[in-house]
Design a protein around this ligand. Structure first.
Ligand code: WQD
Length: 340
């Protein structure tokens, strides 16, 4: 299939581009490069062994989005493009609603005009909110989120569900990720957050490479084995193959819209991840235990049984793989990608 990957120069998008090529699909990337460097494209072409068409514009521009579908023969869309910083979304809710919803609506309307009916959406485990029982299951029907970023994911799942409900040709997969980490084993692409990383793994890898003084563990008094928060960390390469599996499942999917958890089904504590990263680096890393971060849950992890049964997909990489691959990327690219 010829697949439009929105946000294809981003962290998960870029890894998915390579997985699509490896599975024999053609790829077209659209990215506004608001949160990605141009250098990603040349790295992708180096690793894919082929040129990759890239359109650089903002998908909130409905006219340009329609023109893209008129000029490129798109069979399916995998939609990553979005603002995704939880904390920033609390400070700038209107910007998040405008961007994340308008990009999606531009895509949906262009797809309707051009007869494209296959959609894979990059959703998030954050849609389960604070009250869903762990391990999270897809049939939980009270989706909610404590922050505007997560609310945009809840709303977009609703938009896509309603669009598919009135067009029998549509098939939509809603992929709910847990905590994406790791990097392509080549070390040529990886996570390169702008500014100070919000998330644990990129912060930890920047401590290891000397860009940050030490890790602050947010809370050592949670009701867990070692007192630190537990999350379902999933290797970005497993996420990428999960997207290909979902895309290739759409044609045989009975329901028009279906959610799938992409996780390992296992919780790992912050301290455990730190120790695994120290094994990857070969030395101890400086850290302190600080206060809990407001809004954090103690334990979250997936029930991935539906993805196993219906997509024939399973996460295979271990925590040590995630740390080794992250460290290879970070140590080969101490400052991330070259500036544009
Ligand atoms: C993981 C654990 C922290 C940083 C977020 C978003 C979620 C999704 C994935 C998009 C927690 C602890 C972290 C640090 C720490 N993104 N931590 N020190 O919050 O589980 O999920 O990213 O969909 O929407 O909420 O990920 O990496 O921020 O935190 O101790 O410097 O690491 O308390 O236990 P989180 P995270």
């Amino acid at each position: 299939m010829r697949v439009l990957v929105t946000g294809g120069a981003g962290y998960i998008g870029s890894h998915t581009v390579l997985a699509l090529v490896a599975a024999g699909h053609d790829v077209v990337v659209v990215d506004d490069f608001s949160n990605a460097k141009k250098a990603v494209v040349s790295r992708l072409e180096e690793l894919a062994g082929r040129q990759i068409p890239v359109h650089a514009f903002d998908l909130t521009d409905a006219a340009r989005t329609d023109e893209l579908f008129a000029t490129e023969q798109i069979d399916a869309v995998i939609h990553f493009a979005a603002f995704k910083a939880v904390g920033e979304s609390v400070q700038k809710p209107a910007m998040y609603y405008r961007n994340n919803l308008d990009t999606t609506l531009s895509l949906v309307e262009a797809m309707q005009r051009h007869g494209v009916t296959r959609f894979v959406f990059s959703s998030s485990a954050t849609v389960y909110g604070e009250h869903a029982p762990v391990p999270y299951q897809e049939d939980w029907d009270r989706l909610d989120s404590s922050n505007p970023y997560g609310q945009t994911k809840v709303m977009i799942e609703r938009i896509l569900t309603d669009v598919a409900a009135v067009d029998e040709a549509w098939r939509v997969a809603l992929l709910r990720y847990f905590n994406p980490v790791g990097a392509h084993p080549s070390g040529r692409i990886g996570e390169d957050p702008t500014g100070t990383p919000n998330n644990l793994m990129p912060y930890l890898s920047q401590v290891a490479v000397g860009r940050r003084e030490k890790l602050t563990i947010f809370g050592g008094d949670y009701p867990t084995a070692d007192g630190t928060g537990e999350r379902d960390y999933i290797h970005v390469e497993d996420l990428a193959t999960g997207h290909v599996a979902a895309l290739e499942h759409l044609d045989t999917m009975v329901t028009r819209t279906r959610a799938f958890n992409l996780g390992t089904g296992t919780g790992t504590s912050v301290l455990s991840l730190l120790r695994a990263f120290e094994r990857a680096v070969g030395r101890e890393l400086p850290y302190e235990i600080g206060p809990r971060r407001p809004g954090d849950l103690a334990v979250t992890y997936a029930d991935p049984a539906r993805a196993h049964a219906e997509l024939g997909w399973r996460a295979t990489r271990t925590i040590d793989d995630m740390c080794a691959d992250t460290w290879r990327w970070q140590s080969q690219n101490p400052q991330g990608y070259p500036e544009d």
